[in-house]
Design a protein around this ligand. Structure first.
Ligand code: MCA
Ligand code: AMP
Length: 512
């Protein structure tokens, strides 16, 4: 069964209900809406169009565009054909896009006019494998006639629906291969755990190019027969307005958004009334207990925090009905099995800290064309079950059974819900003239959670503004170090490995 079948029940029961409503307040403020029937028909038309362009089962189709209805239509079309969507974070720049195009070798790249300047920065060789680069703004020129339908494709649950690039410990991001069944497992788990209802209205401001917006948000809403009010991005005033006087019942966000909401609500008199809302969820990065508590004090709502990964979809959640404990991610979702183990892979008793392993139908099969990294990410238990090593350190409360995440085994930095691996930035900085050594670490930040900062050993003074401008052409802005510190040498152990924990407390010279 392909994923789009998830929506057949709302399609049959409530064909005229609004499935998707989109407004871009900075452009044309008139809402664009699709009922379930219209969405289905439009996705058929897009599927027929992509099929005519040569897209068949197993083909990768890269997406480099922001939230908009065409993203949804094209995505539904791709998976209906058995194609594989490869979403690219819109903040990614030359170096990151180049890597994804070379690694996933998509047949087609779907984009929008406003991204053209970024794509123009690519070398012709980077685009060589692409048969078509199409802007959805020009779709009228290449879409098939309105009532077109595609030739049916045989799509199975184990076929891939997505390859999602997650930052890699080795500097290059890895493509997580997500099957239709993996997505289905997360969606069915969340539908039950969060009591989704057909009369829910999701206010969705998270990017569709990540699991949080796409799977937790859009997919669950479509499967529930609910309405999604999609926006291009998070905007504070619009969000406060929607949550207090719009039709929304559900809001999903990353902690940075809750930090901004709390800061704004604190200052507002009279305070907006969020009492019509049913559920606020947080995930993608740790939500500070203070933010959780202050949000409750300001709104009367307890945020439901949950935990997931690109590779696994959703793993843990605080309960919908039951205590939501700040600073915890709750218990495994239906169908998810979890263990906490020591460095040798032995199970630890409740209360002890170790690495979290998970398995279940939600867990991906491996990394695209990377059997080595795949093998290194899984282990088998005595019964032959295959467990994914999340790299997250966790402890289970012996009384409640709730899990708290304590940090990560690897060097991942999470900034505003986007992942950053220091190695990728270090490799880039080392290619800059005059930079001899570079080490990147995360520094705590009240709004973003963490931000990257760089420690450099250079041949002489560096023009930092030029360095930053250059780095921003190569990498997403959120990966560019916020501060630079200059050292005579990086602290290294006897093996020559940089001791990053010493850097964080070192007496280095900050940006001159
Ligand atoms: C934008 N900037 C950032 C970030 N976002 N800096 C650090 N971290 C960020 N996340 C920078 C921009 O580069 C820019 O700087 C400046 O901030 C302003 O940009 P702007 O576009 O105005 O920012 P914003 O629109 O206010 O964005 C903040 C945001 C956004 C709304 C929090 O980052 C966001 O939507 N985050 C959600 C990410 C997400 O959905 N993650 C889920 C993935 P400059 O001009 O210097 O470049 S994780 C996942 O899916 C797993 C499975 C899970 O568990 O959910
Ligand atoms: P990604 O690779 O973008 O899917 O990010 C997955 C990582 O985000 C996880 O391995 C966790 O480290 C982190 N994460 C997601 N949700 C939470 C949460 N609620 N609390 C703490 N960390 C989280």
């Amino acid at each position: 069964m392909d994923l789009t079948r998830l929506f057949t029940i709302p399609l049959q029961r409530t064909p005229d209900k609004i499935a998707l409503e989109f407004v871009d307040p900075t452009a044309d403020p008139t809402p664009v809406t699709y009922t379930y029937r219209e969405l289905h028909r439009a996705a058929d038309r897009w599927a027929a169009s992509l099929q005519a362009l040569g897209v068949t089962k197993g083909d990768r189709v890269a997406f480099y565009m922001g939230n908009r209805p065409e993203f949804v239509l094209a995505y539904l079309a791709v998976i209906r054909l058995g194609g594989i969507m490869v979403p690219i974070n819109l903040r990614y720049r030359r170096r990151e896009i180049r890597h994804i195009l070379h690694d996933a070798t998509p047949r087609l790249l779907l984009t929008e006019d406003r991204q053209q300047a970024v794509l123009d920065e690519l070398d012709p060789e980077d685009r060589a494998g692409l048969e078509h680069v199409l802007s959805v703004d020009q779709a009228a020129n290449w879409l098939a006639p309105e009532d077109s339908t595609p030739e049916p494709a045989m799509v199975h649950g184990d076929d891939l629906a997505l390859i999602m690039y997650t930052s890699g410990t080795t500097g290059r991001s890895k493509g997580a291969m997500i099957s239709h069944n993996n997505v289905l497992a997360t969606v069915t788990g969340l539908l039950a755990a969060w009591a989704w209802q057909a009369d829910d209205v999701l206010f969705l401001v998270l990017p569709l190019f990540h699991t949080h917006g796409l799977v937790v948000g859009l997919h669950c809403a479509l499967a529930a027969g609910a309405t999604t009010r999609l926006r291009p991005r998070f905007q504070l005033e619009e969000t406060v307005r929607e949550l207090s006087s719009g039709p929304a019942t559900l809001f999903f966000a990353v902690p940075t958004i809750y930090v901004r909401l709390v800061a704004a609500l604190r200052e507002m008199e009279p305070r907006p009334d969020f009492s019509r809302m049913r559920l606020f969820c947080s995930g993608s990065a740790p939500l500070a207990a203070e933010t959780h508590q202050e949000f409750t004090a300001l709104t009367g709502h307890q945020i439901l925090e949950r935990y997931g990964m690109t590779e696994t979809g959703m793993n843990f959640s605080n309960p919908y009905a039951g205590p939501r404990i700040p600073g915890t991610v709750g218990t495994p979702l239906p169908g998810v099995f979890a263990r906490i183990v020591d460095d040798q892979g032995n199970d630890l008793p409740p209360g002890q800290e170790g690495e979290l392993l998970v398995r279940g139908s939600n867990v991906f099969d491996g990394y695209w064309q990377d059997p080595e990294k795949t093998a290194a990410s899984f282990s088998h238990d005595a019964q032959g079950n295959r467990w994914f090593h999340t790299g997250d350190l966790a402890r289970m409360d012996p009384e409640t059974g709730y899990v708290t995440l304590l940090g990560r085994r690897h060097e991942l930095i999470i900034s505003g819900g986007f992942n950053i691996y220091p190695r990728e930035i270090e490799e880039l900085l080392l290619t800059y003239p005059g930079v001899r050594e570079a080490a990147v670490v995360g520094e705590p930040h009240p709004e973003w959670g963490e931000v990257p900062v760089a420690y450099l050993v250079t041949d002489g003074p560096v023009d930092e503004a030029a360095l930053v401008a250059w780095a921003k052409r190569e990498l997403a802005g959120f990966k560019v170090p916020r501060r630079f510190y200059y050292l005579d040498a990086l602290p290294r152990n006897a093996m020559g490995k940089v001791q990053k924990h010493l850097l964080r407390s070192s007496q280095s010279t900050p940006t001159p």
